[in-house]
Design a binder for this molecule. Structure first.
Ligand code: NAD
Ligand code: IMJ
Length: 256
């Protein structure tokens, strides 16, 4: 069967477990004929990622903590020595201190701000730079963002500021890499109950509000996000770069 990503190789960063948005993306990419390279953050995650990746044919698994330049450099080197080149890079990574995802944003510390921006926004720039030698002309870069970048969402706080930087980065990277034929886009997903979300106080209420108010009257399914990522990494989106594509059942379009 022919797929939208036949013969392509995609690097997927940010699978932690089977609920991860990155895992839904990897499964959709595999369905469309892509070969996957996965990264995991630390030894704690290695086993889970290996188990998941083992269910998809010909997967490669490599370590990469994006807060460490030497690990990003090592990742690029491993990809190169394995003779791989990339048609797609999926960045599905965010982190802020738990204490900074609640209470007043005005209380955010310098260290907490720096950490959130480093892991959640700078990591896309760093990954793009380190992986540039293995990114093919025509490759696509996709990252995940959230509407808290531009509207105040309760408790999202410093992560909202990090996502604003990430989305702006998408536009600057699109400008830099466009002349090489590399496209850079973001998907702004509606709330999904992943490990990064279920820890949040009042998350179930947020899901209820989405169901009530989103034009399509339902919550975001990770498979919907994954199919949008397939589109953004396929030739169907060849004229699209520097874009933030909402996959939130239309919630972003609503006022009151
Ligand atoms: P998740 O917890 O499954 O994924 C987050 C990933 O970030 C994990 O795999 C974790 O290992 C990785 N990570 C954190 N720090 C890292 C580091 N230093 N080095 C390497 N990896 C690191 O949760 P998710 O919801 O799938 O999140 C994926 C992306 O989707 C994030 O960017 C998140 O902001 C975004 N997003 C999530 C939602 C949602 O409601 N779940 C909505 C919109 C956008
Ligand atoms: C996260 C915090 C507050 C409100 C939130 C979220 N809403 C949604 C999320 C409304 C949808 C999930 N999201 C979009 C994220 O980007 C989550 C990032 C995140 C989550 C955690 C939890 C555990 C931890 N650090 C984290 N860092 C980033 O220790």
């Amino acid at each position: 069967m022919s797929g939208l990503l036949d013969g392509k190789t995609a690097l997927v960063m940010g699978v932690a477990n089977r609920w991860s948005i990155a895992w839904a993306i990897a499964q959709a990419f595999s369905r469309e004929g892509a070969r996957l390279v996965f990264t995991f953050q630390g030894e704690r995650q290695e086993k889970d990622v290996r188990e998941l990746a083992g269910t998809l044919p010909h997967s490669v698994i490599l370590p990469c903590d994006v807060a460490r330049d030497e690990e990003l450099a090592g990742l690029a080197k491993s990809i190169e020595t394995q003779g791989l080149t990339l048609d797609a890079l999926v960045h599905s990574i965010a982190f802020a201190n738990r204490d900074d995802l609640g209470g007043a944003y005005v209380e955010t510390s310098r260290a907490g701000f720096a950490l959130a921006l480093d892991v959640s926004a700078f990591s896309l720039v760093a990954a793009a730079r380190h992986l540039l030698p293995v990114l093919k002309p025509g490759a696509a870069v996709v990252t995940l963002t959230y509407i808290g970048s531009s509207r105040v969402m309760p408790n999202y706080n410093v992560m909202g500021v990090a996502k604003a930087a990430l989305e702006s980065s998408v536009r600057y990277l699109a400008s830099d890499l466009g002349p090489r034929g590399i496209r850079v886009n973001a998907i702004s997903a509606g709330p999904i109950k992943t490990a990064s979300a279920r820890a949040i106080q009042g998350f179930s209420r947020i899901l209820d509000v989405m169901e009530e108010r989103a034009p399509l009257r339902r919550n975001t399914d990770p498979a919907e996000v994954a199919d949008a990522a397939v589109f953004l990494c396929s030739p169907l989106s060849r004229g699209v770069t520097g874009e933030v594509l909402f996959v939130d059942n239309g919630f972003h379009a609503m006022g009151l």
